[in-house]
Design a protein around this ligand. Structure first.
Ligand SMILES: Cc1cc2nc3c(=O)[nH]c(=O)nc-3n(C[C@H](O)[C@H](O)[C@H](O)COP(=O)(O)OP(=O)(O)OC[C@H]3O[C@@H](n4cnc5c(N)ncnc54)[C@H](O)[C@@H]3O)c2cc1C
Length: 471
């Protein structure tokens, strides 16, 4: 051990005594440069990010988190907090600093009487689905099961149930948080109400959430899955889908996308590696009515591939996991949209033809319905007037394609930006800097900065889409 500590001191300037003292307080793991686990532990989902923290503390409980925060503060380290590590710009790691890694804190407790779900801060959404599905409950989440509960929730949370039950934050009842001074507080509508407002959209700016309490919703089997059409149909399908979703009952959700069909079963060979447009549906109304609901959709334009039917919600939520394993290169661009004009649709048509790599894609997620019935000032997530979140992502296994796919994503986003509300979803932006963070929060930024000044005046938690404290 002393060899490793010497390496650490040389590499990071951390003293052996300080690390030894921390070790007595932590039940989880301390992982340092030179440790056999280090190279695996420092990896994040986006392989474009390659950071070398001085120390990774894999916490197992709230006390570990508190000790780690105090240690980071005392040692003057930059602190990154890791939930599921899905963050695009890799903000769950930090060069030369401390990573507080929650990936061993994935416990879940379902209360069937209250229909609530308590989730530890490092759980993944697949953990939540696994724990709730047998009991006919679901928490509104994202479109993949491998994303972390921590980052997705604190940034907002857009998924298949958003039109029916709102964003993930609209289903958050309370959170336990370790603040910058190492203290533990609960934020809810009755306790630290300003903090509760801020964490519903304000990201990891206010502290480390060790536990979330969610309202479960009665969802089990839905009618959903993707329908694909030829790329030439993009303009017609996008316009049809937009009109439909703007008027649809809350039970009907479906995101629109531009994709390349994967080269494997169950996709028919004739379509494999073809660029196509798709809608991935999730209907949570009565199953016996589903065929009727989808009849006009299918007869508007017969899909080339139709995988839509009755499906357990967790199966739908994990359907795209295998296409996007950890370790790919990712570059993100996002915007909020009220309505696509014909000209904006033409931009999608243009860039759909130019998808630069088979994994690269563009998705438009509906956020009208229940998500839009929450007031703009009721949570930190300010774009309640938007109907859609749009995300453009260049994705590929090979870093040699980065320049090409980044250029595509930037050009595409730039051409569509004039049709947007001016900001993007904080969980889907990349390297836009302070202006991007301000734009992501719009008129709620000022209040967020004031609450940040109250709970984290020294900006200890600044490895995130950072809100600068300002009274
Ligand atoms: C493949 C993929 C699919 C996605 N799909 C969706 C989707 O369907 N809907 C959607 O809304 N978003 C989606 N996202 C975006 C996602 O919400 C963000 O990437 C989010 O930051 C991921 O959270 P995480 O915990 O996995 O990430 P991390 O990288 O671990 O954390 C992200 C940020 O949150 C902070 N954080 C994480 N956990 C905590 C905690 N417990 N306490 C305090 N701070 C914390 C981190 O410090 C960091 O700043 C997707 C991302 C990817 C890569």
């Amino acid at each position: 051990m002393s060899d490793i500590l010497t390496d650490v001191k040389k590499a990071t300037g951390l003293s052996q005594e300080a690390i030894a003292a921390l070790r007595t307080k932590i039940r989880g793991d301390l992982i340092q440069p030179g440790d056999p686990l280090y190279d695996t532990a420092r990896k994040v989902y986006n392989a474009m990010i390659d950071k070398h923290p001085a120390l990774i503390v894999r916490c197992v409980d709230t006390a570990d988190v508190s000790s780690a925060v105090e240690f980071g503060y005392e040692q003057g380290l930059d602190i990154a907090v890791r939930g599921g590590s899905h963050n695009g710009p890799g903000l769950s790691s930090v060069e030369g600093g401390l990573v507080i890694d929650l990936s061993r804190m994935r416990g879940i407790h379902v209360d069937l009487e209250k229909k609530t779900v308590r989730v530890e801060g490092g759980a993944l959404w697949g953990d939540v689905d696994h724990a709730t599905y047998p009991f006919g409950l679901a928490v509104p989440t994202g479109f993949l099961s491998t994303t972390g509960v921590g980052g997705l929730t604190l940034g907002g949370g857009i998924g298949y149930l958003a039109r029916r039950y709102g964003l993930t934050i609209d289903n958050l009842l309370s959170a336990d948080i370790i603040l910058a001074d190492g203290c533990l507080v609960t934020a809810s509508k009755d306790q630290n109400e300003d903090l509760f407002w801020a964490i519903r959209g304000g990201g990891g700016n206010f502290g480390v959430v060790t536990s979330f309490l969610f309202q479960g919703r009665p969802v089990k089997t839905v009618y959903g899955g993707p329908m694909f059409w030829p790329l030439e149909d993009t303009a017609d399908i996008l316009a049809y889908w937009q009109d439909l979703i703007l008027k649809a009952p809350d039970e009907l959700n479906g995101w629109f996308g531009l994709v390349t069909v994967p080269p494997a079963a169950p996709f028919p060979e004739i379509y494999q590696l073809k660029k196509m447009c798709l809608i991935t549906w999730c209907y949570t109304g009565p199953l016996e009515k589903a065929e009727e609901v989808f009849k006009p959709i299918r007869s508007f334009r017969q899909p080339a591939i139709d995988f839509t039917g009755p499906i357990p919600l967790p199966t739908l939520q994990s359907m795209f996991d295998p296409i996007y394993p950890a370790g790919l290169q990712w570059y993100w661009k996002a915007d909020f949209i009220i309505r696509y004009t014909d000209d904006a649709i033409d931009v999608h048509v243009k860039y759909g033809k130019l998808l630069p790599t088979p994994h690269s894609t563009m998705h438009i997620y509906p956020i009208n319905g229940a998500a839009a019935r929450v007031g703009k000032r009721d949570t930190a997530w300010g774009y309640r007037n938007a109907n859609f979140t749009q995300v453009i992502v260049g994705v590929d296994p090979d870093p040699a394609n980065n320049e090409r796919m980044i250029r595509w994503a930037r050009d595409y986003a730039q051409d569509l930006h004039p049709y947007s509300l001016g900001g993007g979803y904080v969980n889907m932006i990349m390297d836009e800097g302070q202006e991007g963070v301000k734009a992501a929060y719009g008129e709620n930024y000022t209040r967020l900065a004031q609450i940040k000044a109250k709970y984290d005046p020294n900006n200890l938690f600044h490895i995130n889409q950072n809100i600068i404290p300002k009274m």
